[in-house]
Design a protein around this ligand. Structure first.
Ligand SMILES: [Zn+2]
Length: 140
């Protein structure tokens, strides 16, 4: 019986790692794809503008990233030359969803295009663990 338990545990672990790596690969590909839009706000001219995935990659490659966190909010800046005013300044990345709850213990920063990937990861990578782990006791 213990072998079944070990086998189940190993399968879950392998599946989880596979799904995690898969999530990162897909996320990276989607982030810089032509269809993906990224919104920014320039801290110099205060203009909002949108860049495509490849434009974002080109401008943010090797650029300085600053994450400012307070218990109430979290802001991410990437420093590059603003396409609107041309000043080299902090560009605030605007997320579709940016919430900070429980005095900063819960922070979510994501864009709408990421949601299906994360949902897929939760269903196929995390949910099996939640379902199977209570039964592992039966095998050991
Ligand atoms: Zn600007």
């Amino acid at each position: 019986m213990i072998y079944i338990g070990i086998f189940l545990f190993a399968s879950l672990a392998i599946n989880f790692f596979y799904r995690t790596i898969n999530l990162f690969i897909k996320m990276n590909r989607l982030t810089y794809s032509e269809q993906t839009k990224h919104s920014f706000r320039c801290s110099s001219c205060n203009q909002r503008y949108t860049l495509s995935g490849p434009e974002t990659r080109q401008l943010s490659k090797g650029a300085l990233r600053i994450k400012k966190s307070t218990p109430k909010r979290q802001v991410t800046f990437i420093k590059f030359a603003c396409p609107t005013c041309g000043n080299y300044a902090n560009q605030e990345k605007l997320f579709d969803l940016n919430t900070t709850k429980a005095l900063g213990n819960v922070r979510i920063q994501m864009d709408a295009y990421q949601a299906p990937l994360i949902l897929d990861f939760l269903l196929k990578g995390v949910l099996p663990i939640i379902i199977v782990v209570p039964f592992l006791k039966l095998f050991v």
